[in-house]
Design a binder for this molecule. Sequence first.
Ligand code: UGA
Length: 433
Amino acid sequence: MKVAIIGTGYVGLPTGIGLSELGNQVVCIDKIEEKIASLQKGIATIYEDGMEDLFQRNLASGRLSFTTDMKAGVSGADVVMIAVGTPPHPVTKEADLKYIRAAAEELAQYLDGYTVVATKSTVPVGTGDDVEAIIRRVNPEADCDVVSLPEFLREGFAVHDFFNPDRIVIGANTEKAKNVLLELYRPFAGKTEFLLVSRKSSETIKYASNAFLAMKIHYINEMADFCEKAGADIREVAKGMGLDSRIGGKFLNPGPGYGGSCFPKDTNAMAQMGKKYGAHLSLIETTIAQNDARKVQMAQRVTEMTGGKPDVRIAVLGLAFKGGTDDCRDSPAMQILQEILKEHSNVCVYDPKAMDNAKTMLGTAVDYAANAEQACEKADIAVILTEWEEFKQLDLAKLRLIMNKPLILDLRNMLDASAVRENGFVYSCIGKR
Ligand code: UGA
């Protein structure tokens, strides 16, 4: 099939690469010329585990191409996917649909032959109706159906998730559109659940899923705080809970609060939608407020451990919003770091993948290290903020020698508490006293 994907970010690019690997002719469209020029040259603009080989292979085969030219990309496509950003509105926190609307306005002019226009971006309930209205207004002759096709890819694991989906949700209001998408996703038939629902249900499924996962994280974080006070161990508690198949063991890792470009944005947008429709979403509202407050509480732990001295040297390990990605947008690590910087100015940071992104956000406010050990040199405390596997391999004996004071605050529960203490450290983690 011929597929056009508008937007080459964390959703559009892995989706485009995945669909080309399945044998489709895919053209990815973006307005940013440097991005497209880089992708055309075979230089990936985001980091995703396992993406590089697939990207190079499909680019070389000619199944995958990139353009800034909407007309060339959309003309003759069987499916056009809209995968542009839906950032939160700075004031209302609702999802801002200006990029979606602009994409619909533009693509509508170039539709020829029957086309399925699918929104991949996370969009508020009813957006499909808006997109359809725009297309009909701009091009009353267009032969197309607008469907909701939510994506459930996790950043950092997008390639894995693309090829191993838990479900494929198709929110189409016509049989014809359903059949086109069933054909596109046929390689997954028999391997995953296909859910054919109305467009509005599909749009809601995406928000309801992300909000539920955010709530699950908030729940385990609160339970972790309880364990610290009551003398229980959150790791044991989470394991015991997760073995109940009704609860499930995933997303029960306590930490510094959830972040990233999806959960904070989507929980806020869902809460706003609740208000709009007069359906108060109290659990989601509480989750948002408590998750925000958690970042401040986490920074206070640094101050408590260092005795409130402003001149201490702090090593921050991890800046990305989670392990496996270079993305620092709405990263809990960055938010906690900003809190730390209100009290302390002597901070050295390291992240295995996110240094470039972090530098554009932090400038000269911190020192930058080439590796974790270098960040810890002469530090009074090491604070782990992102769950990178390499932090599990830290040479604790060496760290003890190069650090000024033996303090480790592990907000991702990465380290083996007894090994850390055996090496002479005072160790604090989440959910265990
Ligand atoms: C999330 C969803 O997991 C995807 O299914 C969805 O497609 C995506 O949003 C999206 O809407 O595009 P993502 O934002 O990449 O994916 O990140 P997650 O892996 O879900 O992690 C989000 C945050 O929760 C991170 O800060 C992470 O550290 C935190 N988290 C996650 C925890 O604190 N504990 C956990 O057990 C799991």
